[in-house]
Design a protein around this ligand. Structure first.
Ligand SMILES: Cc1cc2nc3c(=O)[nH]c(=O)nc-3n(C[C@H](O)[C@H](O)[C@H](O)COP(=O)(O)OP(=O)(O)OC[C@H]3O[C@@H](n4cnc5c(N)ncnc54)[C@H](O)[C@@H]3O)c2cc1C
Length: 407
C-alpha cells in the first residue's frame, strides 16, 4: 500500500495550506459577523459575501473542484487517496474551505451522480453550473414517516403520467434547500412499489422552484441553524418531464450506492481535519492556561487526553487512507466493508477529540468563542447522516461473518 501523494497532489496541498493560512482562517470571524448581519436582516440562509470572495480567490489559485477523480478529469483530477489529504485540510474550517473550493457536500456527490448517470442535457443544465459554483443542489432521500436508514422504506411516490413523472411525498433533513442558491434536488422515491425490493426506487431531478414543492421548515441541529439549511419539504403533485429521470427506472438503489463510496472518504477525512484542528487548539490552550501552579499541560490527565487524541487520529487516518487506496486500486465494491468501518470510526474519533478539547478549554469550550462547540454539533450529525453507525456496523459484521458462512 502506498499512501504517498502524487506530485500534483503535493503541489495542491502546499497551495491549499497556504490559502487556508492567508485567507480561510482570517475569514472565519468575518463569516460569523456577516451571518449575524444576515440573520438580523431575516436572511439567515443567504451566503455571506466573504464566501463568494473566497471562491474567487480559490479558483484563481487553481484550488477548485479538487474532488474530481482522475477518471473524470485526466488533466487535473486526483486519485481518491490524493484527494483525501486535501479534504482533511478543508475539514479544518468546515463552514468555509469546502465551499470555497467547490468541494462541499452534498454537491460533490450529486455532481458525481450527474457525471456518471446524467444525460448530455442534464449535464448541460445542472452539472455545468454546479461545477462552476453558480448554483447548489440537494439530495432528497430521508422521510419523517419511515425509518430511512433502511432505504427500502422510502415511500415517496414517483408515478409515470404520459411524458411526466408526478411526485408526492414528504422528506426531511434535506441539506442545502434553504439556501436560495439551491436550484435542484435529486429525489429518491418509488416508481414500482410492487417490484423487487431493490428495484422499486428511482431518482429524478426536481427543480426547487417546481410547482408543488414546499419548503416547510429548516431544522436546527442542537439549536444551530445551518447556513444552507436542513429542510423538511413536501411534494404535492409535482410534475417533472420524464427526461428528468436519472439513470434508469428502478436504478435508485444502485445510484445511491455508487454515490456514497468516495463521498464517505471525503466526509471522514474532513472529520479528521476538524479533529486535528481541535487537537491543536487543545495543546495551545493546555500550554497557555495555568492552574494549580503551572500550565495545565503539565497535568498527567491532560497529557493523557492529548496523547490518546493523537493516537486515535493516526489510527483513523490510516484506515481511511487504506480505504481510499482500496477504492483507487480495486473500486468501491471491493472497499465496501472498509467504507462502512471508516464511516463509524472517523466521526467517533473526531467527536472524542473535540470533546476532550472542549474539556481542556473549560467554559470557553462550549461558548461560541472557539470553533469547538459548532464543530462538535456538526460532527455529531455524522453519526446519523449517510446512515447511522449501527447500519454500518451491521455491514462490517456481515462481511466478517461472510468469510466463514460460505465454508
Ligand atoms: C444534519 C443532517 C443532515 C442530513 N442530510 C441529509 C440529506 O441531505 N439528504 C437525506 O436524504 N438525508 C439526510 N439526513 C438524514 C440521515 O441520512 C438520516 O437521518 C439517517 O439515514 C437515519 O435515518 P432516520 O433518521 O430515518 O433514522 P431511523 O432509520 O429511524 O433509525 C433510527 C435509529 O435506529 C437505529 N437503527 C436503525 N437501523 C438499525 C440496525 N440495522 N441495527 C441497529 N439499530 C438500528 C439507529 O440507532 C438509528 O439511529 C441528514 C441528517 C442529519 C442529522
Amino acid at each position: 500500500m502506498d499512501f504517498g501523494l502524487s506530485e500534483r497532489a503535493q503541489d495542491h496541498l502546499g497551495r491549499l495550506q497556504e490559502f487556508m493560512d492567508s485567507h480561510v482562517y482570517p475569514a472565519e470571524p468575518v463569516y460569523e459577523a456577516q451571518r449575524a448581519e444576515l440573520r438580523a436582516a431575516g436572511r439567515e440562509h443567504h451566503l455571506p459575501q466573504i464566501v463568494e470572495d473566497l471562491k474567487i480567490e480559490a479558483r484563481k489559485r487553481g484550488l477548485w473542484n479538487l474532488f474530481l477523480p482522475d477518471s473524470e478529469d485526466p488533466a487535473h483530477g486526483l486519485s481518491v487517496t490524493d484527494y483525501a489529504s486535501l479534504a482533511e485540510v478543508t475539514g479544518r474550517s468546515p463552514e468555509l474551505a469546502p465551499e470555497a473550493t467547490n468541494c462541499a457536500a452534498p454537491d460533490t456527490g450529486n455532481m458525481e451522480v450527474l457525471h456518471l448517470f446524467g444525460t448530455p442535457e442534464q449535464k448541460e443544465r445542472w452539472l455545468k453550473p454546479l461545477l462552476n459554483g453558480e448554483i447548489r443542489s440537494a439530495f432528497a432521500m430521508t422521510e419523517p414517516e419511515v425509518a430511512s436508514s433502511d432505504a427500502r422504506n422510502i415511500s415517496t411516490r414517483i408515478e409515470r403520467d404520459g411524458d411526466h413523472y408526478v411526485i408526492n411525498g414528504r422528506k426531511w433533513w434535506i441539506t442545502g434547500t434553504a439556501d436560495p442558491r439551491c436550484k435542484v434536488m435529486i429525489v429518491m422515491g418509488k416508481t414500482d412499489p410492487d417490484g423487487h425490493p431493490y428495484r422499486q426506487q428511482s431518482m429524478v431531478l426536481v427543480p426547487v422552484d417546481a410547482p408543488g414543492v414546499e419548503i416547510v421548515r429548516p431544522l436546527p441541529v442542537f439549536g444551530y441553524q445551518d447556513q444552507h439549511g436542513h429542510c423538511e419539504i413536501t411534494f404535492t403533485d409535482v410534475r417533472v418531464p420524464v427526461e428528468n429521470l436519472v439513470g434508469e427506472e428502478g436504478g435508485g438503489f444502485a445510484i445511491a450506492q455508487a454515490r456514497l463510496g468516495p463521498g464517505r472518504i471525503h466526509h471522514c477525512m474532513r472529520a479528521l481535519g476538524a479533529a486535528e484542528r481541535a487537537l491543536e487548539l487543545m495543546c495551545r490552550r493546555a500550554l497557555s492556561r495555568e492552574a494549580f501552579g503551572g500550565p495545565i499541560a503539565r497535568q498527567g490527565v491532560v497529557r493523557e487526553q492529548i496523547a490518546e487524541s493523537r493516537m486515535a487520529i493516526e489510527q483513523a487516518r490510516l484506515l481511511t487512507l487504506k480505504t481510499a487506496w482500496l477504492i483507487d486500486k480495486h473500486g468501491v465494491q471491493a472497499a465496501r466493508s472498509e467504507v462502512a468501518a471508516i464511516k463509524v470510526i472517523a466521526p467517533r474519533v473526531a467527536l472524542e477529540v473535540v470533546d476532550r478539547a472542549i474539556q481542556v478549554h473549560g467554559g470557553a469550550g462550549v461558548s461560541g468563542d472557539t470553533p469547538l462547540a459548532a464543530m462538535w454539533a456538526g460532527l455529531r450529525t455524522l453519526r446519523l447522516a449517510d446512515g447511522p453507525d449501527e447500519v454500518h456496523v451491521r455491514s462490517v459484521a456481515r462481511a466478517e461473518l461472510g468469510k466463514y458462512t460460505d465454508a
